[in-house]
Ligand binder design. Structure first.
Ligand code: PLP
Length: 399
């Protein structure tokens, strides 16, 4: 791949050379002490990310176990639901984007599901959630950072409703954990799930979850799919192993990636992600473009990815020329998913992007827009983004 290639898709995200190199080391047995040491390093780093992701770095939970799954986060989402309501039960699933819908579809396979829905990109109504969750509800599923639309859902409010009814709150934090604030205690999160290739900045193929006591007590391994038996995973995690053959190179890469997060300091990392997403958002606005998600109501803009509405003249099939013009500049961004295809574009600031890379992303989008005939003010976009980045301060943690 060209040295100059800039990957701005919301996962996989760029990884460091150290992460890449860790995967080229000689193979070891997944039952060896060497591998157990790798798993333990990854677990320690994950404990830090799951429980200390605040702007002050304070701890938000200490009663759970971090475990790593040989599969992406969709496996984690299914594992959580199947272990909690594998032989039936009541699930309330919040849906205002593609990944919320995926969680509901997974739950459909195991339980009776009540959906609380909003249009993709709109705020979920907390009142609707309060109405849907009852004392019969076993599990509430919610995607914290909806990758398909670039918005943050109200974890605290939803977690409180789940706790009031003694339901287990399962939160997909796939594109927030490692890049944004996560408060497991304050938000009553019982299981938090994330993917390696997103804000943790590791390669794709494995995922991680933090299972807290209240959820662990309710797991029913007997009714879970054999490969996803979380009781078994938790038992093995105590001895830093997986029940079945581990994806050894991917576990090594994950260990290095989470140690990188500790070196940066999670509070610095969260602050940097906030500056960088603000730079993307405010830069695109100054250029003359509009955000896609609507932040009326309890939702907020994502701090890890930005979704922008395509100007009317290049929507639908005509959007292809715009995406080609971005690609010609050796930058990779994402379009919309499902019915949002041809309606929006999305860029990520997850991982280790520098200020220069953020500014290049803005300039590239502006140039591609101009090439397809959209009148945007590139200089205004870049200048505004520079202000948001407060370039000097950010460079310190970017280096
Ligand atoms: C919010 C969210 N949840 C879950 C997933 C899991 O996807 P996968 O299993 O394909 O990695 C993704 C991936 O983009 C996501 O963004």
């Amino acid at each position: 791949m060209d040295e100059d290639f800039l990957l701005l898709n919301p996962g996989p995200v760029p990884v460091t050379d150290e992460v890449l190199q860790s995967m080229a080391e000689p193979m070891v047995s997944h039952r060896s002490a060497e591998f157990e040491a790798v798993y333990e390093r990854a677990q320690d780093g994950l404990d830090y990310v799951f429980t200390q992701s605040t702007l002050s770095g304070e701890s938000t939970a200490d009663d759970g176990t971090s475990l790593i799954l040989n599969g992406t986060a969709t496996m984690g989402m299914e594992a959580a639901v199947a272990n909690l309501v594998g032989d039936g039960g009541e699930v309330v699933s919040l849906v205002n984007g593609k990944f919320g819908r995926r969680f509901a579809r997974i739950a459909d396979r195991y339980a009776s599901v009540t959906r609380v829905e909003a249009d993709w990109g709109e705020s979920l109504s907390v009142d609707d959630v309060a109405e849907a969750v009852t004392d019969d509800t076993d599990v509430v599923t919610m995607v914290h950072n909806e990758t398909s639309t670039g918005l943050l859902n109200p974890a605290k409010e939803v977690g409180q409703i789940a706790a009031d009814h003694d339901a287990v709150f399962v939160m997909d934090g796939v594109t927030s954990i490692g890049g944004d604030e996560i408060r497991l205690d304050d938000w009553n999160v019982d299981i938090a799930i994330t993917d390696a290739q997103k804000a943790l900045a590791a390669p794709p193929g494995v995922s991680a979850m933090y299972v807290r006591e209240r959820a662990a007590e309710r797991l029913d391994g007997e009714s879970a799919p054999f490969y996803e038996d979380l009781d078994w995973h938790l038992r093995k995690a105590d001895s830093h192993q997986t029940p079945f053959t581990s994806a050894v190179p991917l576990f090594r890469a994950l260990a290095v990636a989470v140690e990188d997060i500790e070196s940066e300091g999670i509070e610095n990392r969260i602050a940097r992600h906030r500056r960088q997403s603000a730079a993307f958002r405010e830069g695109f606005h100054a250029m003359g473009l509009d955000s896609f998600p609507n932040t009326d109501g309890p939702t907020q803009f994502s701090n890890t990815l930005t979704a922008i509405a395509l100007p009317e003249e290049i929507r639908g099939d005509s959007s292809e020329k715009f995406f080609d013009a971005v690609k010609d500049r050796n930058v990779s961004i994402s379009g919309g998913q499902a019915h949002l295809g041809g309606e929006i574009f999305r860029v990520s600031n997850m991982g280790h992007l520098t200020s220069e890379q953020i500014l290049r992303g803005i300039r590239t989008v502006g140039e591609a827009m101009q090439e397809v005939g959209v009148d945007v003010d590139i200089d205004a976009g870049v200048e505004t983004a520079e202000d948001a980045l407060d370039t000097k301060a950010v460079s310190a943690s970017d280096d």
